[in-house]
Design a protein around this ligand. Structure first.
Ligand code: B12
Length: 204
């Protein structure tokens, strides 16, 4: 009888342990990640797919896949990413992140991801008007492309000096929201830059 009750207790402990261990992996979502540095892309211009539970984990998974350095420090607000790649922050600049083009108002470890989310980590300098807009390029019908700039709230923002780069040799001036049609460009990626904005993802 005593042996049976011990086995029962052991089984209960096992159930509890499995219950505690499961959620972390069960919560992981399939997301896209890109890391934009101060002057160049650090990881995945085309936004690779990783499995991550939250925005902090997305950076960890990207770092594992891309073998780049990053560092987290503990602050009064919680874990804070104070360096990615070569550079840390200054008084008015540092590492920030967006999920689906909007900047969450909490730490990266608190932002639970869902399948299909896009996580962007980027180096940003903040001024009187806030942080820089981030650019996104998407394919449009008939071999064309459209660029959109987003503010911290994930709303389309105006930018100046928008340029589409077709590979490293060809550029086309453009405007956000207006399609450009570069013609065939086999094997060459296209992306966009604009004055004071974070460079876009790259698309085929
Ligand atoms: C300056 C600042 C920044 C700068 C930091 C530059 C630097 N090198 O110091 C930059 C622009 C990089 C920044 C980034 C972010 N910030 Co900020 N930031 C501030 C601000 C205005 C002042 C912080 C400060 O100087 N404190 C004084 C020093 C003496 O204390 P400290 O504890 O040592 O300060 C450190 C932390 O504050 C840390 N830090 C800054 N922001 C954040 C955010 C989080 C979540 C964490 C954990 C730490 C952290 O950087 C400081 C230097 O090491 C506060 C608002 C405020 N009034 O506090 C917001 C504030 C702390 N930030 C906030 C947020 C949300 C972020 C981001 C998560 C935004 C994002 N979506 O990317 C990121 C952090 C991402 C990451 N890297 O992990 C929120 C935090 C809300 C919360 N309760 O979690 C605050 C309160 C602003 C707000 N009202 O929304 N931030």
């Amino acid at each position: 009888m005593a042996q049976r009750s011990i086995s029962l207790r052991l089984a209960l402990v096992l159930v509890v342990l499995v219950g505690v261990a499961l959620p972390a992996s069960a919560l992981a979502a399939t997301v896209h990640v890109r890391v934009e540095g101060k002057s160049m892309t650090i990881f995945a211009p085309t936004e690779v797919t990783v499995s991550a539970a939250n925005a902090q984990d997305a950076l960890e998974q990207a770092s594992l896949a891309g073998e780049f350095y990053y560092h987290v420090t503990q602050t009064s607000f919680g874990p804070y990413v104070d360096q990615v790649g070569r550079y840390g922050g200054t008084a008015d600049s540092g590492w920030v992140f967006k999920v689906d083009n909007a900047s969450p108002p909490v730490g990266a470890d608190k932002v639970v991801l869902k399948d299909g989310d896009t996580v962007l980590w980027y180096y940003a300098t903040f001024g009187a008007t806030g942080g820089p807009p981030t650019l996104v390029v998407k394919p449009a019908p008939k071999g064309c492309y459209v660029a959109t700039a987003y503010d911290d709230n994930g709303k389309p923002a105006p930018v100046s000096g928008l340029v589409f780069h077709v590979g490293s040799k060809r550029t086309i001036a453009g405007n956000t929201g207006t399609a450009v049609c570069p013609g065939p460009h086999p094997g060459v990626l296209l992306r966009a830059t604009a004055t004071g904005a974070v460079r876009s993802n790259a698309v085929k």
